[in-house]
Design a protein around this ligand. Structure first.
Ligand SMILES: Nc1nc2c(ncn2[C@@H]2O[C@H](COP(=O)(O)OP(=O)(O)OP(=O)(O)O)[C@@H](O)[C@H]2O)c(=O)[nH]1
Ligand SMILES: [Mg+2]
Length: 380
């Protein structure tokens, strides 16, 4: 599994992820913020003077900006969308539970099968064991229906999730509150920034977006489109491959001068190897602390639920690199692996701030333990 994860870090070649169809490139990027790109010419932090990487010659690809601000809201409330989004995970879990427990005694064998079902649904070994223990204590030897099992499962899962269900705290007094967004490539970092940015703008906050994935022109353009659509201040690199830490420094200095409320910093998901990525992320943190020693105020790790247990490995790897303060779990709508959120909660106890169940801005929502647990079990 780790091998699989690390292989995603390898190779600085253009992104191989399948991408949405190309769109015409919007106008030229905004002028970069004033000031030197690399702060203080101190020897330790100055980027190595080696050859600049060649600008990305590949055509610029931008996800269609259709799924944001102006679309009519999807039918049904948030819970209906959550349930619909989780339906693939739900089907996997409830079918097994139904097959297992159509009026059956909850004996040792049944409990073992239940544990296997939960593990197969990506809840992880520790959480699955804990849940089954709960059943053993309260229901052992009793005859149960699949309905009862589902309801009890939802309660047990909600108990595990409740402590991690915490909104992303934004302290506007920081002016700006800096959110560093990290994660492997393709997990949804840039779209999560776009969605959060839109939600903060809707709340009347002033927002900056920093295109810290400087190597890929496509990544910069993608964020620029979102910034324009949401009315956020956009901070692009001066040129492709420019030093991400220097950009973050300049952006934070400008954001401070302008009194922005929130600064969302995008980062590259893949450099040529893990240690290069680690070095870059640590450098970004080190350098922005020269402007505000309390920054970044949040380090949001974005995980793609479709990768299942691989997400667990990603948390371990990123926790080594930076001080991850919370998680965003995306693509729960396209996954049969929503159970992984339970595994993450059990294993790391990191706050899960938001979950994504679709591509619209309103499909990124605060994580609610009870709703999620009941949605996962297909209950109302
Ligand atoms: N269905 C669905 N798609 C999502 C969700 N979140 C993000 N996506 C899609 O996932 C794809 C990748 O998202 P990006 O935001 O570009 O991911 P990234 O982490 O910035 O990727 P890199 O910049 O390549 O590292 C895009 O097509 C998004 O629209 C979600 O919750 N549900
Ligand atoms: Mg991106």
């Amino acid at each position: 599994m780790l091998k699989n994860l690390l292989s995603r870090f390898r190779g600085a070649e253009p992104d191989e992820q399948p991408r949405p169809p190309e769109l015409p490139i919007p106008g030229p990027p905004e002028a970069p913020p004033p000031g030197p790109e690399t702060p203080e010419p101190g020897p330790a932090e100055t980027p190595a003077p080696g050859p600049e990487p060649a600008p990305d010659p590949t055509p610029v690809e931008i996800p269609p900006p259709t799924a944001m601000a102006d679309d009519p809201p999807a039918k049904g409330g948030w819970f209906a969308r959550l349930k619909a989004g989780l339906s693939r995970s739900t089907a996997k879990l409830t079918e097994s539970v139904t097959t297992l427990f159509t009026k059956r005694k909850l004996d040792e064998e049944a409990l073992e099968e239940l544990e296997e079902t939960l593990i197969a649904a990506d809840l992880g070994v520790a959480a699955s064991r804990r849940i089954v223990e709960g059943f053993r204590r309260t229901r052992f030897g009793k005859e149960v229906t699949d309905e009862e099992v589902r309801a009890t499962l939802a309660e047990e899962i909600a108990t595990i999730l409740a402590p991690v269900a915490q909104p992303l705290p934004i302290d506007t007094a920081r002016a700006p509150h800096v959110v560093l967004v990290v994660g492997v490539n393709g997990t949804g970092k840039t779209t999560t920034i776009a969605k959060l940015g839109k939600q903060y703008r809707d709340r009347g906050l002033s927002v900056g977006m920093v295109a810290g994935d400087t190597f890929r022109a496509a990544a910069v353009e993608q964020l620029q489109v979102w910034a324009e659509r949401t009315g956020a201040r956009f901070f692009p690199p001066a040129r492709p491959g420019a030093d991400a830490a220097g950009l973050a420094f300049d952006a934070l200095a400008s954001a401070r001068a302008e009194g922005l409320d929130v600064l969302l910093v995008d980062t590259a998901g893949r450099l040529h190897n893990k240690s290069a990525l680690m070095e870059e992320l640590r450098k970004v943190v080190r350098i922005i602390r020269r402007v505000d020693e309390t920054a970044p105020h949040s380090v949001l790790l974005v995980l793609d639920a479709t990768t299942g247990q691989n997400a667990v490995q990603q948390v371990k790897v990123f926790k080594e690199m930076v001080d991850v303060t919370g998680l965003a779990v995306t693509k729960l709508d396209g996954s049969a692996k929503g159970g992984v959120v339970v595994a993450l909660a059990q294993e790391f106890a990191l706050p899960v701030h938001v979950v994504g169940v679709g591509e619209k801005a309103e499909d990124l929502r605060p994580f609610e333990a009870r709703d999620f647990a009941r949605g996962l079990l297909g209950l109302d």
